[in-house]
Write a protein that binds this ligand. Sequence first.
Ligand code: XLS
Ligand code: NI
Ligand code: NI
Length: 439
Amino acid sequence: MKDLFPMVPRVAYEGPASDKELAFKYYDPEAVSGGPGGKTQKEALRFSVAFWHSMTGTGLDPFGSGTMQRPWDGISDPMEIARLRMRALFELTEKLSIPFFCFHDRDIAPEGESLRESNRKLDEIVAFTKELMASSPTRLLWGTANLFYNPRYAHGAATSPEPKVFAYAAAQAKKALEVTKELGGENFVFWGGREGYETLLNTDMKREQEDLARFLHMAVDYAKEIGFKGQFLIEPKPKEPTKHQYDSDAAACFGFLEEYDLLPHFKLNIETNHATLAGHTMQHELRYAREHGILGSVDANQGDELLGWDTDQFPTNLYGSTLAMYEILKNGGLHSGGLNFDAKVRRASFKPQDLAAAHVAGMDCMARGYAAAGRMIADGKIDKLLAERYKGWSEGLGASIAAGKETFASLEAYALDLKDIELESGRQEYLESLVNRYL
Ligand code: XLS
Ligand code: NI
Ligand code: NI
């Protein structure tokens, strides 16, 4: 088959001294070095291309039309475009040694007049994808249903006040689950971009959350019925497009999953830019999910410090990638999850080379963060200082409180005549400078 991106070569690892735009300086796919665990970097980092941004995205924004120069420009048959995009996806992942991709049902095939017709078009592209997969190492990290773009989802999908919309969304998710299974997807994601509200004046919040939980239970039941063994993931985001989204952050998702008995079936897909929109660091969200046993996968991107929306930029911030990889390593890796580049090139980076360069930049940043986090853990200084800070809890009074042996009254007896409690310093500046030494 003729190359669709002839200007993008097979990208090789050349090391930090390389000056080439399309060469890896840190990501060395087959190398075992870079982090603990005896895995190659390719196996440990599990990179993925997001079909919607990298293949379907046009560069359109509210102030201007698409800018991207792509091999399907000028073609009018939407099914032919869909096939070209899928071919381009496999070409890009293979040239860049990216083992996975992710998609929404509506990214890979156009929507028809009815769900029946949409399903038929989807089936055609899925069959084509299977053919490409047969001679390619590229695999599916996760699939998802786009339950936010079509006007029918204006009031939500699973949380719509209109039961017909709930039914349509359920049928659409059912199909998306089937095709994800058919393509060997390792996970299935729910991102509730329209599951929330604009104003409580027209919203029955309790009912909407119950409906969402019912919807997710139906998905769990159906997965069991068809033998889909992948991991279900919820992707938290606080706002955009809806003002308030129910899955606002990791803690809100945990509470929701627990309340509705969904905790055994779901983990989270944590996205950097969503964490910052929620007013948290990515490390906070990863830490929370990890410590609650629900860290499943990552949408690796970054926001802009000066803009208040989901800019979905490729990750190039080394400090951020190091602290994210630190949490991921402490989690024992991402297991069936991966690092999905839910990221888009800027509107002005419209050449196909930019698409490749952006992925190279993201992979190098995450691989370098992985190595730095590995050094941080191997060195053990941060872990040691942390253990020292809480050592009071493993001896004397602290151990007794922790063992549940104390009461308000017994502690009052202890504290009434206590003077001069000596505190240790938090040493934040020293710790921050310590992290800089591992970068
Ligand atoms: C949007 C989300 C979306 C999900 C998949 O902000 O990141 O792209 O990852 O529906
Ligand atoms: Ni995402
Ligand atoms: Ni996002």
